[in-house]
Design a protein around this ligand. Sequence first.
Ligand code: AKB
Length: 316
Amino acid sequence: MKRILVTGATGQIGSELVPALRQRYGSAQVIAAGHQNEPQPGLADNGPYITLDVTQIKVIDAVVKQYNIDTVFHLAALLSAKAEEKPQLAWKVNMDGLYNILEVSRANGCAVFFPSSIGAFGPDTPRDNTPQDTLQHPNTMYGVCKVSGELLCNYYYTRFGVDTRGVRYPGLISHETMPGGGTTDYAVEIFYHAIKEKRYNCFLKQDTYLDMMYMPDAIRAAIELMETDANRLKHRNAFNITAMSFAPKELAACIQRFIPEFSMHYTVDPVRQAIADSWPRHMNDRAAREEWDWKPRYDLESMTQDMIDRLLFRLG
Ligand code: AKB
């Protein structure tokens, strides 16, 4: 029986990963750990919920021992734009936090899932058909933390045998919890504005192509990777995975098919545009497909339809 700790449980991924894990392994088996945000309704009521600061190694160790944890999904981190605003804090939370989780996992025999990102690539990485193993010289604090995190996780696997596994997530689109502080956030905000105001002012240029994924695929990826037989894995940290690649103008056109009055406008934010311009346009995810049968289920059209249906139901 698995005993799972999810850090960053109130964030965009955590708020959907925790219910999925609870459904699969049982509510009592999944400890949701948030920090600053209030937990979403359901997160604290449907299973154990605790407050945890990932920069405090002794507290993490006590929690892992108290709940007899064997697997950690370590999601607590600042996103790319926020990390550029507060680089010192980003290093503390994103790197020290990961180091603490790995050390506690080494001492207590836990497996670790670490979400890397397209942010782990940089301006000299091939932007189209981005290989699994390629140049990684990011020029953002977020990217520096992600590529260092990938290396650190691999080190803990080869040196100490900690079962670390990870994916490089593209921009994630979801309707439960807003991302907050990311470069790909436009692809979530646009839906709320399209439904409420019928217009959206995008902070990226209309032809900025980036990899994207709908949250149900992202959640399934994390669970499936952690359940894969270790003997199949040639890579560990971290697998390229993608579901679609589009530019703001294409997402706007797709939304217009469902909401014809919707109009898109552009006021480019130079900081986030520079970050987006240093990231891949479309990754090659063959290694994930071969080593653990990764396959996305949602494309641009089906994701857009589902987002609109669910937000219309909720926001009316
Ligand atoms: C961000 O935009 O910072 C994240 C990411 C792609 O890692 N969504």
